[in-house]
Design a protein around this ligand. Structure first.
Ligand code: SF4
Ligand code: SF4
Ligand SMILES: [Zn+2]
Length: 173
């Protein structure tokens, strides 16, 4: 298929080892938009340099230091010889469940792993792009954009619509 949207959505770098969709990560979005102000904010929050913060996705060469340092899932999957956690006989393991419970943008990582196994990674990427896209203008938003970062539509996407309560509670803490 030659649809450029579909091609972008199928960027395999955006499949995070844990089951997150990197296309909806605030750091990824800021990097791709060359949003220097936001990148600096993330750099300060994560206590790393501007350069170390830039990210093109979990499987990309340029990856945010924070995710490279803290992620245990890539090595774990290698040691279990699985491409997807859903193929592991410990799935969903305690480490994944704990990771999921800490922040609302991780709420769907277990079902995402099941979905990748069921429909294939490429289809899942297309679905995720849709899931995080603004219903008005199609801009991909992060879980923490309650309103669309481009047109201001609320909710910014289906993910935010479904998890509005958890996201608002987390942002108010
Ligand atoms: S910072 Fe982490 S979650 Fe965000 S795009 Fe990079 S690897 Fe993915
Ligand atoms: S599900 Fe299996 S491969 Fe994935 S992180 Fe847990 S133990 Fe490792
Ligand atoms: Zn919009």
């Amino acid at each position: 298929m030659n649809d450029p949207d579909r091609h972008n959505a199928e960027n395999q770098n955006l499949v995070a080892a844990c089951g997150l969709y990197c296309g909806a990560c605030g750091i990824y979005i800021a990097t791709q938009a060359n949003d220097t102000h936001k990148i600096l904010q993330y750099a300060m929050l994560l206590k790393q340099s501007y350069e170390e913060t830039l990210c093109d996705g979990c499987a990309a060469e340029r990856k945010s230091l924070y995710c490279s340092k803290m992620c245990t899932f890539i090595d774990c999957k290698k040691s279990k010889a699985v491409d997807l956690c859903a193929d592991c006989n410990e799935f969903p393991c305690q480490a994944l469940l704990e990771f999921k419970s800490k922040m609302p943008h991780r709420i769907e990582i277990i079902e995402s792993q099941y979905r990748m196994k069921e429909t294939g990674v490429e289809n899942w990427l297309v679905e995720m792009k849709q899931h995080f896209s603004c219903p008005q203008c199609n801009t991909v938003n992060s879980a923490y954009h309650l309103t669309c970062r481009k047109c201001g539509n609320m909710p910014s996407c289906n993910f935010v619509l479904e998890h509005d309560h958890e996201i608002r509670q987390y942002l108010s803490e």
